[in-house]
Design a protein around this ligand. Structure first.
Ligand code: HEM
Length: 416
């Protein structure tokens, strides 16, 4: 097998749920082989830190999926029966300027570090309530009972979505997150059912249609009501854009921070010294969060479409090619991070976990704050925690990767 054939085989293996608990040996081999094209397909894969950084900074790449030679779905509201051009207006994650700039500006003031910092007392209260609920149990699932409820409660409160709708929302959101996974002709068995994803997109948009009608009648102190006021005020955002923005924020809030909290909790449970150090010094939380973002990133890859011909290393990329940046591989690149397989919160950390450039994650300050508070309270309040299944059971998602369940036993949960 040539090195290019080996890389393609490894890339296809990434889709196999059996490698989900530890894809890093595969990522290492993919990175060592350098950037590669998937056979004759209009898809190239980029793996080193330097190459991923260069592509993310390159003005010749776009997020507009209609430019791709390959037909790509665009999360969240994706109708598999329609062509790319006929899809409903995509969220601003998939838009280039000027639409991207206009829509991002409308919501960005709700996510600045200063505004987000004001949520700290409420976030602490939610985390403490979550832990209080399990204080008598002696064991809990650190994903479903701990990592999951915090970001979901926060995004629902911010957007103005009733928490009692949570079961439906989480079902749609998990399905829509599968549209961010790579696909391969050779690995059809690992693909999510397109009809089911399409239904989830339609149901989530009609959910927001109904909720916006209710908020129009009775506005609340939430982002959805603010966006409605902007829609009413004139041509700042259309109705379709309002719906796709809400869906983007809801899915982003459901599918990413939970993985960060779970992956960081897992890293600490596997390293009792780190957990003890955090318990002794809560200031360490920030470094633990940054190192988790590098070591076990909640978003493992970032796609772009070449809007012009370019080269990555020695590899020619043609206009219309999909460029898949495996940031989880880049984060273990020894050229960027000495001793990359070591979890070391003290290291100099230039991770790409939230992306780079114009589409840099809008929710980064919120995700970092939630994770810092959750980990600090976990370290301070959960006495002698112990993983009972290692590795834990992972979700099927390839890109938004994290455990589905993580059973933990503990001696006690101390009062706050
Ligand atoms: C640990 C948690 C999170 C991670 C790792 C993460 C990661 C990312 C990444 C990698 C991107 C860039 C995608 C690209 O360049 O194509 C992104 C964009 C985005 N994220 Fe996050 N995210 C997280 C949490 C959140 C949260 C909590 C929210 C909001 C509630 C959020 C909202 C967004 C939005 C709106 C964008 C699109 C920005 C744009 O296109 O301008 N994210 N995120």
């Amino acid at each position: 097998m040539t090195s290019a054939e080996q890389s393609i085989a490894d890339y296809v293996r990434l889709l196999d749920p059996a490698v989900r608990s530890n894809p890093y040996p595969l990522f290492a081999r993919l990175r060592e082989g350098g950037p590669f094209r998937i056979g004759t397909a209009p898809v190239v894969v980029v793996t080193s830190h330097a190459d991923c950084t260069a592509v993310l900074r390159d003005p010749r790449v776009s997020v507009d999926r209609s430019l791709a030679k390959l037909q790509l779905g665009s999360m969240p509201i994706y109708d598999a029966t329609k062509t790319t051009a006929e899809q409903a207006k995509p969220s601003f994650l998939f838009l280039d300027p000027p639409d991207h700039t206009r829509l991002r500006r409308l919501v960005s003031k709700a996510f600045t570090p200063r505004v987000v910092q004001q949520l700290a007392p409420r976030i602490t209260e939610i985390v403490d309530d979550i832990l209080d609920k399990h204080s008598a149990a002696g064991a809990f699932d650190a994903v479903t009972a701990f990592a999951y409820p915090l970001p979901v409660t926060v995004i629902c409160e911010l957007l103005g979505v009733p928490l009692e709708d949570e079961a439906r929302l989480s079902h749609w959101s998990a399905l829509l997150a599968r549209t961010l996974d790579p696909t391969s002709k050779q690995a059809t068995e690992f693909r999510a059912d397109p009809a089911e994803i399409q239904r989830a997109g339609t149901e989530l948009s009609s959910y927001f249609e109904q909720l916006t009608e209710r908020r129009r009648a009775t506005p609340g102190p939430d982002l959805l009501s603010e966006l409605l006021a902007a829609e009413d005020a004139g041509d700042m955002l259309s109705h379709d854009e309002l719906i796709s923005t809400c869906a983007l924020l809801l899915v982003a809030g459901h599918e990413t921070t939970v993985n960060l909290i779970a992956n960081a909790t897992l890293a600490l449970l596997r390293r009792p010294d780190e957990l003890a150090a955090l318990r002794a010094n809560p200031e360490r939380a920030q470094a633990v969060v940054e190192e988790t973002l590098r070591f076990d990133p909640p978003v493992q890859l970032i796609p772009r479409i070449a809007a012009d011909d370019l080269t990555v290393g020695d590899l020619a990329v043609e206009r219309g090619d999909l460029v898949v940046m495996l940031i989880a591989a880049a984060h273990r690149d020894p050229a960027a991070f000495p001793d990359p397989d070591r979890f070391d919160p003290a290291r100099d950390n230039r991770n790409l976990a939230f992306g780079l450039g114009a589409h840099f994650c809008l929710g980064a300050p919120l995700a970092r704050l939630e994770a810092r508070i959750a980990l600090t309270r976990f370290a301070q309040r959960v006495e002698m925690p112990r993983l009972t299944t290692d590795p834990p059971i992972y979700r099927e998602h390839v890109n938004l990767r994290g455990p589905a369940h993580m059973p933990v036993e503990f001696a006690a949960i101390l009062p706050p």
